[in-house]
Design a protein. Structure first.
Ligand SMILES: [Zn+2]
Lengths: 95, 490
């Protein structure tokens, strides 16, 4: 399985990672080897094997619909790089 | 070639009626101070674990059954990855390839002028809401404020097939969906508070001479804040696409899917960016949340919690009470509690059609004016039935009957007492009425000749004269009969 540099740039863009050209060159074979490993798994004969949708075998874990403790706005905003009153403040976003 | 067929699919998000969020115990009450209903789970702090709210899942299951969906025996959640400031985890926990329900339908109810229409549903799935971004409107570039109170609120996404073919039907679909979800206690569907939101996927099919049709590119219209906005935006967008097609001839598949905003003030859609392809969300199973295996017992409980759904109530009111489509629909839209009140009025002796009129008009007006609900309404069904019966028996006209009703409310008395107190005695003496009619005819020969010339309405002025003379107490049906007799004698 080979990956193109453009595919790597696109995945990096989706993950909001800024890669230098040197990094793209470095990452491309690394990612390709991971995808290649999956290719290898694809070759296994899985006929008659039930699909595994989730790694957890546990099912039906519920909590009752009850109020728990929330943080205060001060605590909630403690890690915010910037705030405006009790809001998180971020650079302008246009829809 | 200006005829085209509008094709609409609606994506509706409703907030489920829980008190806490989907995966944590933060409150979902609307209007709390910013960032006061948040915790490490819904803020997406490292090392926290989401745990499914049982009530949210039960309500979702109830909704899926009410929407005639097939229920998956096993369901899981997935991470939908994208970056936005109001999405603190950088992914939304949603459902991708194994939604808990799929392939359902909702019938737009029949009305007097059209039969019911079935709209298929692709799926309904349970997911969490994002927070709320507020953009600086000053136009200075400025900044965006984020409130994460809403993040993690349980939402049910209901995706219809593109089987809605007019703006009016889109609205009727939404009204029926809202009624159903409210009646079954699934969501309060308050659009103003964002507990019902709607996006519309719109395109048009343009018929060709050879019998085939050309489909235009689909546009997803967002920011629809009212049912009226849904209706107007679809009508506008269909027209816009026709004009666009006439200009550039672009068909579906030749340009990628776009989103558009709806500008309610200007009444126009504004086409925005290219929609990112679904695969760009890089869905993968949410490893921290246990899947659900839906048991027979869970399904039984959900079925038992449905209650009577609107389409069932309409059918029953028509079959059991002899009401027409219009009246049955009127009652059902007022809700289960008012329908139940109506039924008690009928069991207490009132005829169904009159009881429906009284409930839908006077009772509803009283409730609206006092901003109260039917369980706070002062007249028992028996007392209201007494009024309906008395009015029919005495032949009081509607205006007088309303005065009696007012007196009953004001003095807390029954209809008989109120009628006595007001001194209302219907004039039902045939000879006396006939005499008054002849007098009115003599005083207004033009009305008589007009009536004779085929202007049926001319009889109204004669009737009015008698009503005036009897201070509105002439027994209406009797007056009508004698008047026609007298006119026919001329
Ligand atoms: Zn929380």
């Amino acid at each position: 399985m080979s990956l193109t540099a453009d595919q790597v740039r696109w995945v990096a863009h989706l993950s909001r990672l800024k890669l230098s050209e040197a990094e793209v060159a470095q990452m491309t074979p690394q990612l390709a080897s991971i995808v290649g490993y999956v290719d290898q798994l694809q070759k296994i004969n899985t006929e008659g094997v039930k699909p595994l949708y989730h790694a957890l075998e546990q099912v039906n874990v519920f909590r009752p619909d009850a109020l728990g403790t929330s943080l205060s706005p001060e605590e909630a905003l403690a890690n915010a790089p910037e705030r405006l009153g009790n809001f998180f403040q971020v650079p302008a976003v246009l829809d | 070639m200006s005829e085209y067929r509008t094709v609409v699919g609606l994506e509706v998000h409703v907030q489920l009626l829980t008190i806490s969020k989907l995966f944590c115990g933060c409150s979902v009450t609307f209007g709390q101070p910013p960032n006061s209903a948040v915790c490490p789970v819904c803020l997406g702090m490292p090392g926290v674990l989401p745990v499914m709210n049982q009530k949210a899942f039960e309500l979702a299951l109830r909704a899926a059954l009410a929407l005639n969906c097939q229920i998956a025996p096993y369901t899981k959640w997935d991470r939908k990855n994208y970056y936005y400031p109001d999405l603190p985890k950088n992914f939304q926990i949603s459902q991708y390839d194994l939604p808990f329900s799929f392939e359902g339908y909702l019938d737009i109810p029949a009305s007097l002028d059209q039969p019911s229409k079935r709209v298929g549903l692709f799926r309904a799935h349970l997911e969490e809401d994002a927070g709320k971004s507020m953009h600086d409107e000053s136009g200075q570039g400025g900044s965006t404020k984020v409130d994460l109170n809403r993040a993690g609120t349980p939402l049910l996404e209901i995706v219809s097939k593109p089987e809605i073919h007019s703006a009016e039907d889109a609205r009727a679909y939404l009204e029926e969906l809202r009624l159903l979800l409210k009646e079954a206690g699934i969501s309060d569907c308050e659009m103003q508070e964002g507990s019902l939101r709607c996006d519309a996927n719109v395109n048009i099919h343009i018929p060709q001479a050879d019998g085939s049709f050309i489909a235009t590119p689909i546009v997803e219209v967002k920011n629809l804040n009212s049912f009226r906005a849904v209706e107007r935006s679809i009508r506008y967008e269909a027209m816009r696409q026709m004009e666009q097609y006439q200009k550039d001839g672009k068909k579906m598949g030749e340009v990628s899917k776009c989103t558009a905003g709806w500008d309610d003030a200007r009444g126009v859609t504004i086409v925005q960016r290219r929609k990112e392809e679904a695969s760009d969300y890089r869905y993968f199973p949410e490893p921290d949340l246990a899947p659900i295996r839906i048991t027979a017992e869970m399904l039984e409980r959900a079925k038992a919690s449905l209650g009577e759904l609107p389409h069932q109530a309409r059918a029953r009111l028509q079959a059991d009470f002899g009401l027409g489509i219009y009246d049955a629909d009127l009652l059902v839209r007022m809700g289960r509690a008012i329908t139940a009140y109506f039924e008690k009025v009928v069991s207490a002796g009132a005829d169904a059609k009159s009881a429906c009129n009284w409930v839908a008009n006077q009772v509803l007006t009283t409730l609206n004016e006092s901003k109260s609900t039917i369980d706070q309404y002062p007249l028992t069904p028996g007392i209201l039935a007494g009024l309906v019966v008395e009015v029919q028996k005495s032949g009081l006209n509607m205006q007088r009957a309303r005065e009696v009703y007012g007196a009953m409310l004001a003095d807390g008395v029954d209809a008989k007492t109120a009628i006595q107190k007001l001194g209302f005695v219907a004039v039902a003496d045939e000879a006396a009425l006939a005499e008054m009619i002849r007098k009115a005819m003599a005083a207004n020969p033009k009305a008589v000749s007009d009536f004779k010339a085929g202007k049926i309405k001319a009889a109204d002025s004669l009737k009015g004269a008698v009503m005036k003379e009897t201070k509105g107490m002439a027994k209406a049906d009797l007056l009508q009969k004698i008047l026609l007799d007298e006119l026919n004698k001329v």
